[in-house]
Design a protein around this ligand. Structure first.
Ligand code: THU
Length: 137
């Protein structure tokens, strides 16, 4: 699947965002090694801290459906009443990527849409990350 197509799915997922507190909508589309795409949006909460980011929604959906290996994720954000904007993943989401993805090959697609996006590796966005390999003896 092309990165632009994945970004289009992220834009569609962004429409589902439940974000009445920040009014900031994020969508993500996560491509598994199997070829399946798992989408996610941010889901906020009146108690604030239970809120979850779009990226982690996608990862939790995927892992709970049996997918554990991933090729790429497209992410897009922006205010509810504005145009889509580039939304770099938060630190917690980068750490969750580190759990399941190869730092050198996993592609993180950021931008505002299919015609305006570029790919970063996880290693670029989370240099010297701590991952499962650090706990193996
Ligand atoms: N958000 C995401 O969904 N992903 C990120 O990586 C950054 C932030 C969400 C969380 C919250 O619902 C809103 O954006 C504003 O922070």
């Amino acid at each position: 699947m092309k990165y632009g197509e994945l970004m289009k799915l992220a834009l569609e997922a962004r429409e589902k965002s439940y974000s009445p507190y920040s009014n900031y909508r994020v969508g993500a589309a996560l491509l598994g090694e199997s070829g399946t795409v798992f989408t996610g949006c941010n889901v906020e909460n009146a108690a604030y801290s239970p809120g979850i980011c779009a990226e982690r929604t996608a990862f939790v959906k995927a892992v709970s459906e049996g997918e554990r290996n991933f090729r790429a994720i497209a992410i897009v954000g922006g205010p509810k009443d504005g145009m889509p904007e580039t939304a770099p993943p938060c630190g917690v989401c980068r750490q969750v990527m580190m759990e399941f993805c190869s730092p050198d090959t996993f592609a993180i697609i950021l931008g505002t849409g299919p015609e305006d996006c570029r790919s970063y590796t996880l290693a670029e966005l989370l240099p010297k990350g701590f991952g499962p390999g650090n706990l193996k003896k």
